[in-house]
Design a protein around this ligand. Structure first.
Ligand SMILES: Nc1nc2c(c(=O)[nH]1)N[C@H]1C(S)=C(S)[C@@H](COP(=O)(O)OP(=O)(O)OC[C@H]3O[C@@H](n4cnc5c(=O)[nH]c(N)nc54)[C@H](O)[C@@H]3O)O[C@H]1N2
Ligand SMILES: Nc1nc2c(c(=O)[nH]1)N[C@H]1C(S)=C(S)[C@@H](COP(=O)(O)OP(=O)(O)OC[C@H]3O[C@@H](n4cnc5c(=O)[nH]c(N)nc54)[C@H](O)[C@@H]3O)O[C@H]1N2
Ligand code: SF4
Ligand SMILES: [Mo]
Length: 891
């Protein structure tokens, strides 16, 4: 394994987790081997010491394997100077020949605020192009647009504390148990201590839904109807806060009238949502009788052609009842990425300018003066989907991609990859040396400093700014992204405006812009931080905005007394559109929903390195309900091809209870780097919300057919893998001390081809049973397991879960032989996928503890340690307990 140059051991560095928008504080302690151990920061107000499985495994993701460490131009390693010259030259030429509409930059909610600020300033202020968009378009833009329509600003009014002081938490289109795990643990703790009720609205029975007090399995896309029905129910039962509505809002009557058209009563709502009327009644009753309610929402709301209306249907309810900005109540948009909020603050979206200002004449002028900008963009640029369509048409000819993997994560990802190949000038700033986007033809590759190597700030879901701090030496030639931007700016003649020497100077400028001629007119104001010197910045403690200069920082929430950022200070209730029924497509009868799994992060460039995290779910899969699976002749553990109008994928089938609703679910994480046929983004249609431009990634029309392979198996090696026969299906999985490959195929894999690193002295123990299609071999070097290849007709789950952790170990001869002979672990070794990634507890051990009498999750924890660290697996443990209770052991 390649590691960072060891640093002298020192005190742990307080930094922030680079994954989800919860924004947990992390204490990183460099070890003596160039890596680091991580622990939750007990003093950080997001997590108070807790981390989820992904955060806990951060130390396993720091190796330099696969990293991009040197700048490259046209496939050749070059010095930074040469690479930056080439970047600048490409943009200058494109600008001169085609003008500012032909250039673009595509950013990421995983960049630090300072990176984002620099990129936005260069393009919008100095190159005259507003074609600055970000993967936040795919993530948060419907919430941004919904907030702006209702509040006049992109404001999240509440705080995490509200989740602990609410009496009712409603999660809409959010699988927080897996996607915001530490925050979800805080919600569960509140439920345990004060009896908070939790309700979940999601077409899919997720881990979050499993634990809800009320789970509404709504028909996909019907949220507007549900919240319209709710508004009507609240109005009809006298629960409207007339004083708040009269003093602080506009549009209530129109919004209510529209809601009545959409969902006049509970029965109509139930029909529109495909729910039993009694459940809808119970849901309405909970809102009627509970003052302290927080409605949390995420991608089931945002990623929809009606995403903005879904957001406003939710905001309408909170505005109409005055349940906003007060303790324990309010709407709460859960942000996905660690710096989704920071990106919005700097104006990283094509329809924002900077510091929560838009493209109105006055704001453009204000920002121009502040920046001293020679070439301001004066109108909105293209939003992500349209930006890549313009690339496909050859209208945008120069593109810089920074911190995101659009060839995997945009809808119609295969078409996106093809479009990228057409660019004249294509620059990618990356941590990794190979991604689907780099492979799509990036001519200039800039090595970016990664988490642990870079410094800056991020803002979490509750508007809290935290520092990310470096604790590792910068490997190779990597540099922070803001630096690369500034260097290019200098080469384009703007050295003075981009003359920052440290990242803290960038931050100060950003903070000063937020306060510039603000005087309370804009929600985002961190003027109090514009005077930080470098030392203060280094020591900056997590702080929530607003942080206006010269005011006491008492106010933590927005809008309890109105004070909205519209011209008249009043919020708008929005008359939402009537949801349109999806057109039926006889050839494509299913709806493909896509999303996340507990232990992987997006395209797996970091989490994919962790053996712990790959032990939970190791392969790309397709989830389908039992009735639909029967109808399509799909079996659990088999394979299916899922096809849409845009592409297809072959995935391992997971049959779950229910079905008949013709829905499918597939995770987004596997790419061309990690799988043969698992690029799910290639299947997704490019429909988007007309206001926000956010694509609908949850409902692509699809069909599904079974796929059969003659053989399946896996390979493990401490070296590298060679190719499998043509047509093979495969997925890579990180394993301790080596590499893992799961596969299925019709031909026969050849030992020496798949495992090219064998040496003459290696001892190969093998077994071939051609009659049963089986071939199994274990390779020992100096007595320790070096590699193995397992091929048979069945799914080799037990052998995989046993052997995946054994590379580099000396195994007793007899154990290996019986394993090869039987094709499965037979010594009673605990098997099954890992449920608890922190303590490495497999399913079998937990089942054993339950069979042995453990009656609840605490007792399972006492017996096995499972679930006692981060708690991310508690929902699964509780589900196993419930299953065991429902099916008493046979006497
Ligand atoms: N483990 C893990 N955690 C992550 C991430 C990760 O990659 N891995 N990514 C982070 C990021 S960037 C994001 S944006 C968040 C996303 O966090 P979430 O939004 O919680 O995650 P998703 O799985 O995308 O989708 C949430 C749910 O929306 C449901 N849904 C689909 N259609 C509808 C609908 O019409 N109505 C309703 N009500 N629900 C619907 C889906 O069934 C799904 O369960 O997670 C963050 N956290
Ligand atoms: N079908 C479907 N598609 C989706 C979604 C869905 O639910 N369904 N969700 C959407 C959402 S919400 C999101 S947020 C996106 C996420 O999609 P992406 O942003 O494309 O996914 P990541 O894997 O996070 O890509 C981040 C890339 O940046 C690199 N990187 C990390 N840190 C840095 C850094 O500091 N500097 C630089 N230069 N590079 C860095 C990583 O190595 C990685 O290659 O996917 C979207 N696409
Ligand atoms: S909940 Fe997990 S992934 Fe999210 S910030 Fe905290 S530790 Fe990181
Ligand atoms: Mo996201």
């Amino acid at each position: 394994m390649n590691i960072h140059a060891p640093e002298a051991p020192s005190a742990p560095t307080a930094t922030t987790c680079p994954y989800c928008g919860v924004g947990c504080g992390v204490l990183a302690q460099p070890d003596r081997m160039g890596g680091a151990t991580v622990a939750g920061d007990p003093d950080h107000p997001s997590n108070f010491g807790r981390l989820c499985s992904k955060g806990s495994a951060l130390g396993e993701t720091l190796s330099l394997d696969g990293r991009l460490l040197h700048p490259e131009v046209d496939g050749r390693r070059v010095a930074w100077d040469a690479a930056l010259d080439a970047v600048a030259k490409g943009f200058r030429q494109t600008l001169e020949t085609y003008g500012p509409k032909a250039i673009a930059i595509y950013l990421s909610g995983q960049l630090l605020t300072e990176d984002y600020y620099a990129a936005n300033k260069l393009f919008k202020g100095f190159l005259g192009s507003a074609n600055v968009d970000t993967n936040s378009r795919l993530c948060m833009s419907s919430s941004v647009a919904g907030h702006k329509r209702a509040f006049g600003s992109d404001t999240v009014p509440g705080t995490y504390r509200d989740l602990e002081t609410a009496d009712l938490l409603v999660l809409v289109g959010s699988n927080a148990a897996w996607c915001h795990p530490v925050l979800y643990q805080r919600m569960l703790a509140a439920r345990a201590s004060r009896g908070t009720r939790i309700m979940v609205v999601d077409p899919r029975r997720t881990a979050t839904a499993e634990e809800a007090d009320l789970y509404l399995a709504v028909r996909g896309g019907s949220d507007v109807a549900l919240f319209s029905g709710l508004l009507v129910a609240l109005a009809d039962s006298g629960r409207i806060d007339g004083a708040f509505v009269a003093a602080n809002t506009h549009g209530f009557e129109e919004a209510l009238a529209r809601a009545r058209q959409i969902a006049p009563n509970a029965e109509a709502t139930a029909r529109a949502c495909g729910l039993p009327a009694a459940e809808v009644e119970a849901f309405f009753e909970a809102y009627r009788t509970t003052e302290r309610v927080v409605t949390l929402y995420s991608q089931g709301v945002n990623q929809s052609t009606a995403g903005v209306d879904k957001v406003n249907a939710i905001l309408n309810v909170h505005l109409a009842t005055g349940r906003i900005g007060r303790e324990g109540m309010g709407p709460f948009s859960l942000t996905g990425q660690p710096n989704a909020m920071g990106g919005r603050e700097v104006g990283g979206l094509a329809n924002q300018l900077a510091a929560h200002m838009g493209f109105d004449v006055e704001s453009v002028e204000k920002v121009r003066r502040f920046w001293g900008a020679p070439r301001m963009a004066r109108a909105e640029g293209l939003k992500a989907v349209e930006m890549f369509q313009a690339i496909a048409r050859g209208e945008i000819r120069a593109l810089w991609v920074m911190g995101t993997n659009p060839a995997a994560s945009l809808p119609r990802a295969d078409a996106v990859a093809r479009a990228l190949g057409r660019l004249d000038h294509f620059v990618v700033s990356e941590n990794m040396a190979s991604t689907d986007t780099l492979t799509a033809g990036a001519k200039i590759r800039l090595p970016a400093a990664a988490w642990g190597e870079k410094d800056g700030t991020v803002t979490n879901s509750e508007r809290r700014i935290s520092r990310q701090r470096a604790f590792l030496a910068s490997p190779g030639q990597v540099r922070p992204d803001w630096w690369a931007i500034a260097q290019v700016a200098k080469r384009l003649g703007h050295g003075e405006a981009f003359g920052w020497r440290t990242v803290s100077e960038v931050f100060r400028e950003h903070a000063a812009l937020s306060a510039f001629e603000n005087e309370g007119t804009r929600d985002f104001d961190i003027g109090a931080l514009s005077g930080l010197d470098t030392q203060d910045y280094d020591r900056l403690q997590p702080i929530q905005w607003p942080a206006r200069r010269g005011t006491a920082r008492a106010e933590r929430r927005f809008f309890a007394q109105g004070g909205f950022f519209t011209p008249d200070g009043r919020a708008r209730l929005v008359a939402v559109e009537r949801p349109s029924a999806p057109a039926s497509e006889p050839d494509l009868p299913y709806r493909l929903n896509t999303g996340r799994i507990r232990d992987q992060w997006h395209t797996m460039t970091r989490t994919g390195k962790s053996p712990r995290l790959s032990s939970h779910i190791a392969e790309p899969f397709l989830e389908i309900g039992a009735r639909d699976a029967d109808a399509e002749r799909l079996v659990d553990g088999g394979f299916a091809r899922v096809s849409t109008a845009h592409g297809d994928a072959v995935l391992r089938v997971r049959v779950v209870a229910g079905g008949g609703d013709k829905t499918l679910f597939a995770p987004i994480h596997w790419t061309g780097e990690t799988s043969s046929n698992g690029r799910v983004g290639a299947l997704v249609h490019a429909l988007f919300d007309p206001i926000s431009g956010q694509p609908d990634a949850k409902a692509t029309p699809a069909r599904v057919t079974p796929v059969a392979f003659a053989r399946q198996g896996f390979a493990l090696t401490r070296g590298a893998f060679g190719p499998l026969p043509d047509g093979a299906w495969w997925a890579r999985a990180a394993v301790p001390d080596g590499n893992g490959l799961l596969f299925a195929l019709d031909g026969e894999p050849d030992l020496e081809t798949v495992l090219p690193d064998l040496e003459p002295d290696d001892e190969i123990v093998s077994l071939a049973d051609p009659g049963r299609g089986a071939f199994r071999a274990a390779v020992f070097r100096a007595g320790v397991l070096q590699a193995c290849l397992f091929v048979g007709t069945d799914r080799p789950e037990s052998a995989w879960s046993f052997l995946r952790g054994r590379l580099g170990q000396a195994l007793p001869e007899g154990q290996v032989r019986s394993l090869l002979l039987a094709g499965r672990a037979s010594d009673g070794a605990p098997c099954g996928s890992l449920v608890c990634a922190c303590h490495g507890v497999p399913k079998g051990v937990i089942e054993g503890a339950i069979a042995g009498g453990a009656a609840d999750a605490a007792e399972v924890g006492a017996a096995t340690k499972a679930g006692t660290n981060c708690g991310s697996c508690l929902p699964e443990i509780r589900k196993m307990l419930a299953v065991a209770r429902a099916t008493p052991a046979m006497a």
